[in-house]
Write a protein that binds this ligand. Structure first.
Ligand SMILES: Nc1ncnc2c1ncn2[C@@H]1O[C@H](COP(=O)(O)OP(=O)(O)O)[C@@H](O)[C@H]1O
Ligand SMILES: [Mg+2]
Length: 251
């Protein structure tokens, strides 16, 4: 479903992802762990088509974009990027909801503007997605009147309303009050159970242990270790993975 080959990403002179390759099969849940600054967000943003990259290729389903295409951006290449973006749902640490729109408006916006669905169809879909994230009845509320956990669940509903082929989560619970984290993780857990393909950067190790098919440890812009959770937690091979897990599990 997702295939990243030899991805190279630089900010100016600084290389933040070097020769990174990974594959996510349909229905798989991959959790990405690693210290701050290791390149987790950059990787997710590249896969979502939000961030230019300099080398390698990213494919999601039938959509495929290379670093060279990002540089040129002729009409055909912009179409490849568009194809990538509509296949990937993104959920960010800071929700990024439109503050002036209602909950329902936030969820309907993409389907109307990007997929050109009729309003009635977009609304039907938005209501269904609100049910999925356990927020039925929140349609007319503004983001500012919601808790962080509720806002994040609206953000998940908004991503799902585009019917993406996969959803990428970038530390989705890191900005939340502890008491609202569980509701967001519960929604993510049920999405995983329904067979959604997911790539999740998170420090929630109990979620990783329970839900992930595989954990990737990223450090310095490379995947230094990859294993199923039981193996990764019981027997981390790389010294930096051991150190990282010891720190994070001690919190
Ligand atoms: N817009 C940017 N401009 C320059 N450097 C950036 C930018 N975004 C991220 N970086 C750098 O890229 C590296 C990887 O960052 P990031 O992908 O955010 O890591 P993580 O999500 O693992 O914390 C860091 O060194 C960070 O400082
Ligand atoms: Mg990050």
């Amino acid at each position: 479903m997702i295939r990243v080959e030899s991805l190279q990403k630089r900010f100016g002179e600084k290389t933040v992802l070097s020769d990174l390759s990974l594959e996510v099969k349909r229905g798989e849940v991959l959790v990405i762990i690693g210290p701050s600054g290791s390149g987790k967000s950059s990787l997710l943003r590249c896969i979502g088509g939000l961030e230019p990259f300099q080398g390698g290729t990213i494919a999601v389903g039938e959509a495929r974009v290379s670093g060279a295409e990002w540089a040129h951006q002729s009409r055909g290449e912009r179409e490849h990027l568009r194809q990538l973006r509509i296949r990937v749902g993104m959920v960010f640490q800071q929700f990024n909801l439109f503050p002036h729109m209602t909950v329902l408006g936030n969820i309907m916006e993409g389907p109307i503007q990007v997929l050109q669905l009729p309003r009635s169809e977009a609304e039907r879909r938005a209501l269904e997605m609100l049910g999925k994230v356990n927020l039925t009845g929140f349609t007319g509320r503004r983001p500012a009147s919601l808790s962080g956990g509720e806002q994040q669940r609206v953000a998940i509903a908004r991503a799902l309303a585009m019917q993406p082929e996969c959803v990428l989560f970038d530390e989705p619970t890191s900005a939340l009050d502890p008491e609202t984290v569980g509701d967001v993780l519960a929604v993510m857990r049920s999405l995983a159970r329904e067979g959604m393909t997911m790539l999740v950067a998170t420090h929630e190790m109990s979620f990783a242990r329970e839900v992930a098919d595989r954990i990737l440890m990223v450090d310095g812009g490379r995947i230094i270790e990859s294993a199923p959770p039981a193996e990764m937690f019981a027997n981390p091979k790389h010294e930096r993975t051991q150190l990282f897990l010891r720190r994070i599990l001690a919190r």
